[in-house]
Design a protein around this ligand. Sequence first.
Ligand code: HH2
Length: 259
Amino acid sequence: MGVVNVTPDSFSDGGVNFRAEDAIAAARRMLEEGAAIVDVGGESTRPGSGGVSLDEELRRVVPVLEGLAGDVPVSIDTAKAEVARQAIGLGAELVNDVNALRGDPELAGVVAEAGCYLCLMHMQGEPRTMQLNPTYDDVVSDVKAFLEERLAVAVAAGVPEERVCLDPGIGFGKTVEHNFEIVRRLDELVAIGRPILIGLSRKSSLGRILGDSEATTGPLSASLAAAVAAYERGATIIRAHDVREHVEALTAARAVVAG
Ligand code: HH2
């Protein structure tokens, strides 16, 4: 899954694809480089972020979705039902909700009615404050219980279970240790029985284990290593900014794992 942030302030690439034509070109390039789907988002969820209005989010993503409609498999990274509704109307196949249906009460119905795919992600707290003091009894058990509960909520709202993938939400209300423990014990989340999506690409934990305790991003080399580790532990969808390099790394990893 390639990442196209149509934002001025995303944590690693804010402003790069803020103009619609740049975002469209980036999405097409990612498809050529081997992405199976491109995740278009108009709202940064970086630590400290306060979110954007519905109008602003629509202003950012709609021209990009119009430019991609029909050609490029698209996922919409939003927690807002109206953004999802318009994105689906423009061809989006998957709704990537970092709030796991806890934000907008209408989102589950929009997804159910459209029959599209849904990603439910774990987040402790909200972006503005989530990194202040994340605490868990046992991070993997807590995330697993949350994802099982949100999966049940989605199914009860009419989203077929076969359409849902789950994401532990790397960096969303988690310390560096939490993030790596989740990857180490990913098999416990795979055991839920739904595909696991994971986004480690460029995340600050990767910069922090390399010695910069204030890092807000991590380098490509560390992103690739972490993606391969997640893949080996059962992740099936890797969300990444640098598509070509991830496809190459994961192709090599698959050659080893699958024989
Ligand atoms: N990470 C980000 C955004 N959306 N969605 C899922 N399912 N999983 C993730 O790990 C995830 C996500 C943060 O990355 P990015 O989109 O590059 O940054 P920002 O939120 O600052 O736009």
